[in-house]
Write a protein that binds this ligand. Structure first.
Ligand code: SOE
Length: 386
């Protein structure tokens, strides 16, 4: 294995920042035989991209992603751009023989996701889809408990991802609120996370029935600066149309199991800032976790003696998981940004391996197929197969 690998990151905003921090921190806290070199960051506007390079610690900056993904000195291309650019960027990067990390949802359509998976498989490069929450030690502990049968036969899976950053009707139309750039709304952006978590923890979704809604259909136009993370920017008095869902709800059945799934993805739950929650109820016990309280989960063990039954709080930083051992002593806690660091660490450490343990484009496609079935079901008002 080479001692270093050169990284190109496409994206300078929220995810660009999170991924930059991950490349910076991973070799400082984890023992990595191959260390990332932050070669070049790519963005749209020259001034903003130059500023991001300086602030986040990239050697160079560029506004030409095509030239960058074809540079012979680049080993890894990290795609943190709006969804409509994932497919062209990933396919070009695969053709140029680069390993690829791509933000979720993998693509805006099933066809794009299939083309992306075919391109990376043909090129024989490594590929990761950024389902960040899988890298939370609490989620890893829950996965371990389910795999070893601690919850028994699973009856119910409840996934809900609630945010509230666009409840204000004056919040302007940005790329996430337009079909041509984002593919879908809350469904693809955060519904993708709960779908992946459910499939990772419990099994693949087989069929769904669903409803979606766009509560606010017209919003002010604005410059591109206004995002979930930053409300700074200019609003216009002109209005634009929101043509994606603000919220989606669905029920699901899983392959090879009679468990029932209920799901909700919404940007209209006032007070819920990043409430990514999964509840799993089984014959031997139950588990409840949410990212707003990311270190802990609730565990009910049906085998507990009658005089001490009830949900107990498990602190996942106490479990001695190797991720947390690399950071701080128990309960000194890690945050949202650390999940991206774990992602980058796993991707680079497994570059030489045949079989990888992180979410790949194949997992991204599996989620895309479910999202597609949900959209079909919302239209048809019938159960739709994945
Ligand atoms: C915006 O809803 C967003 O940034 C998502 O795109 C991320 O995937 C999620 O982790 C936080 O919220």
């Amino acid at each position: 294995m080479a001692k270093t690998c050169n990284v190109a990151l496409i994206g300078t905003k929220f995810m660009g920042k999170a991924h930059s921090n991950a490349f910076l921190q991973a070799p400082r806290f984890f023992d990595m035989k191959t260390k990332p070199v932050m070669k070049v960051i790519v963005g749209n506007d020259p001034a903003g991209t130059e500023a991001a390079a300086g602030q986040f610690g990239w050697e160079e900056w560029s506004t030409d992603w095509k030239a960058v993904v074809n540079r012979p000195d680049i080993d890894i291309v990290d795609i943190s751009s709006p969804g409509n650019l994932h497919a062209p960027m990933a396919i070009a990067a695969a053709k140029a023989g680069k390993h690829i990390i791509c933000e979720k949802p993998l693509a805006n359509t099933v066809k794009e996701a299939k083309d992306m998976l075919a391109a990376v498989e043909k090129a024989g490069v490594k590929h990761m889809c950024g389902f960040t929450y899988r890298f939370n030690p609490a989620v890893i502990s829950i996965k371990h408990m389910i795999d070893q049968g601690d919850l028994g036969r699973i009856f119910h899976v409840r996934g809900c991802y609630q945010q509230d950053w666009i409840v204000d009707p004056e919040f302007p139309v940005n790329w996430r609120l337009q079909k041509k750039t984002a593919g879908s709304g809350a469904l693809g952006d955060i519904g993708a996370h709960i779908t992946d978590l459910a499939q990772y923890l419990v099994g693949d979704v087989a069929e769904v029935a669903a409803a979606t809604e766009t509560f606010i259909k017209q919003r002010p136009l604005a410059d591109a600066q206004m995002t979930i993370a930053s409300k700074a920017g200019k609003k216009s008095s002109k209005k634009g149309t929101v043509d994606v869902d603000d919220a989606a709800v669905w029920v699901a059945r899983f392959k090879g199991s009679d468990a029932l799934g209920t799901f909700e993805a919404t940007r209209f739950a006032p007070g819920r800032r990043n409430y990514n929650c999964i509840e799993i109820y089984g014959s031997k016990g139950s588990i409840i976790w949410n990212q707003e309280d990311m270190h802990k989960f609730q565990y009910y063990n049906a085998a507990d003696a009658g005089d001490r039954q009830g949900f107990r709080t498990v602190n996942a930083t106490d479990s001695g998981h190797p991720y947390t051992a690399n950071w701080w002593p128990p309960a000194h806690n890690i945050g949202y940004e650390h999940l991206f660091t774990h992602e980058v660490y796993e991707f680079i450490t497994q570059l030489g391996r045949k079989k990888v343990t992180y979410p790949t484009f194949a997992d991204g496609l599996k989620v895309q197929l479910v999202l597609d079935a949900i959209e079909r079901a919302a239209k048809s008002r019938k159960w739709e197969k994945v």
